[in-house]
Each structure stands twice: as structure tokens, then as C-alpha cells.
Design a protein around this ligand. Structure first.
Ligand code: FE2
Length: 310
């Protein structure tokens, strides 16, 4: 139990609802969260007339959705027809919410935007996002964790071209996953906040570069006291801490993701997207239309969604 106690001690340095010792603060936060959480994806849908000139009302609607669920699903009223304009619009849209610190990602182009599409070769080949296959539940950047202050905290996923069949996303706010686990057994939280709960083995790229092993917690407290989450449900290339509390917590989380009534579902059409504080999400397998492959653009950020005055 020495390791669990050590992890608990680390955890208890954070005041507020995420502190396991502060049950009354947790109860208040939890009750408000569950009361305000959207029942349907339509409840967090926001129309954006022009992503480069977001109105105060539109900005407030996105911020309010993120307050409730750490995410909003937007639909742009104006769709750029060339790729350079789409990318510029997305970067401008993110900056409206204070999102400017873009993660340095192996597949990002110079502007930090990644094309998510099925590829037959090149640097992205061999990684599941760049196929037409299903992607298991995860938060973005779980394999690139370098401390609570340097994780992927926000993410934008924009649909430029939909699939003919499939390509649906399920979505869940990590705060709901945390609440379900803590309500079931606070020991799940202790296990998943352990600093070596989840390890991603090193990865050798085809070009010879090596991404070293990445070790860290599942749940962590970010600067400012908000909850961060680092997770993947995939079974390969992941090593869980080898003890019973971790196994129980991971099994409980898998069950919650498979059954929770607060899991939202969406299937994005061109011009629609997700802007979020790195929520849990998955993707079903898809088949592209003969007229064009499914294409999403993705941007990952350090820093959370705020109002532009921030
Ligand atoms: Fe993702």
C-alpha cells in the first residue's frame, strides 16, 4: 500500500472538489455538474456564422457549453472551399477562445494542423487514426504526457468531408468519468492518479526516430485546479500498473464508457466540428464515398478553452 499512500499524498495537496479528503466540496461540484450536464448533443450545438468573425453571442454559447460539458459541437455557416482558407479559419476560430499554444505533433504541418484521413503511405501510414478503422475511447495526446502543465488540454476536430457510412464519434466529459468512478469507489481515483498508472512503450518510427516510453497518471490536476485525463482503451502498446486496484479501476472505467447514459453521440458533416477541453472520444469504422475520402482536420492545444478576454 506504500505506493497508493504516496499517490494519495500527492493528490491531497490540491484543495477543492478533486481532493479526496474534501467530500463536501466534491458533493457540491458533482451535484451541479450532473444537474447541468447535457442529455443530448443538440444541447451543446452552436451555429457559427463566420469562424473568422465570431460574435459575442456565439462565443458565449461555446463557452457556456464548455462550462457544462467541456465541449461544444459547432456548425460553420460559411464553408471555405480551399484547404489553406479552411486551415486559417480553424486557427482563427481556436484563437477566439484563447487557444494558441499548439502541440508539436509528428504529423502536423507547419501551421500545426493535422489531416485525419485514410492514407496508403507516407509518415502517417501504419497509425490507426489514418485508416478507416474504429478508434477506441481515448483522450488526445495520451502518449505525449510531460506533466500536468504540459499536456494536451484542448482540441479541435473539424469535418471537411464526411463518410458515406460510419465515422461516428461518442463523447464523454472526463469529469463525468471521474464522478462515476469516485462515486463507485474512491480507491479507483487513487489508482488512476498514481504517477505511473499508465505507460506507453517507446515507439520506433520508420525513419529511425524514437519516441521514448511515456509514463504518467490517468487523472491529474491541471494548473488552475481543473481535471486532466490521459487515457486509451486500446489493448496493444499500453502497460497498466500491475496491481489489483489499477485493474479494478480500469475495468470500471471501461464499463462506464460502454454503458453510461451521459455518453453523447455525433456524426459530423462538412463544416461541423468539435471544440473541447480534450474530452474522451472514440470513432466507429467508416466507409468513404467514391466521390472523396472522409477528411477531418485536427489541432491540439496546451491551454484550455476560455473567453477571448482571457
Ligand atoms: Fe482523438
Amino acid at each position: 500500500m506504500a505506493a497508493a499512500a504516496e499517490s494519495e499524498e500527492e493528490f491531497q495537496t490540491h484543495a477543492g472538489p478533486l481532493n479526496l479528503a474534501d467530500d463536501s466540496s466534491y458533493r457540491r461540484w458533482r451535484d451541479i455538474k450532473l444537474l447541468r450536464y447535457p442529455a443530448r448533443v443538440e444541447d451543446i450545438a452552436v451555429e457559427i456564422r463566420d469562424p473568422r468573425r465570431v460574435s459575442t453571442r456565439e462565443r458565449d454559447a461555446i463557452a457556456a457549453s464548455c462550462d457544462r460539458a467541456n465541449m461544444a459541437v459547432y456548425a460553420f455557416g460559411h464553408i471555405d472551399d480551399d484547404e489553406a482558407s479552411v486551415r486559417a479559419s480553424l486557427l482563427s476560430f481556436g484563437a477566439t477562445f484563447g487557444l494558441r499554444a499548439i502541440e508539436d505533433h509528428r504529423s502536423a504541418e507547419a501551421d500545426g494542423v493535422v489531416r485525419i484521413e485514410a492514407v496508403q503511405g507516407g509518415e502517417r501510414y501504419g497509425y490507426i487514426p489514418y485508416t478507416d478503422r474504429a478508434i477506441a475511447w481515448h483522450t488526445d495526446g495520451y502518449y505525449n504526457f510531460h506533466g500536468a502543465g504540459r499536456s494536451v488540454q484542448a482540441m479541435l476536430l473539424h469535418c471537411a468531408q464526411g463518410a458515406e457510412h460510419g465515422g461516428e464519434n461518442r463523447l464523454l466529459d472526463p469529469e463525468i468519468a471521474y464522478i462515476r468512478l469516485r462515486d463507485e469507489d474512491p480507491a479507483h481515483i487513487v489508482a488512476l492518479m498514481h504517477s505511473s498508472a499508465m505507460s506507453i512503450p517507446e515507439n520506433a518510427e520508420a525513419n529511425g526516430t524514437i519516441r521514448p516510453v511515456n509514463v504518467g497518471p490517468v487523472f491529474f490536476v491541471q494548473p488552475g485546479g481543473t481535471l486532466g485525463m490521459r487515457y486509451t482503451a486500446r489493448k496493444r502498446n499500453i502497460v497498466w500498473r500491475n496491481d489489483e486496484p489499477t485493474r479494478r479501476a480500469v475495468a470500471a472505467l471501461e464499463r462506464i464508457l460502454g454503458t453510461d447514459p451521459l455518453v453523447l453521440r455525433t456524426r459530423m458533416s462538412p463544416g461541423q466540428g468539435l471544440i473541447c477541453n480534450n474530452v474522451l472520444h472514440d470513432r466507429s469504422a467508416f466507409r468513404s464515398a467514391a466521390t472523396g475520402g472522409r477528411l477531418l482536420y485536427r489541432i491540439r492545444y496546451h491551454g484550455r478553452i476560455g473567453r477571448s478576454e482571457d
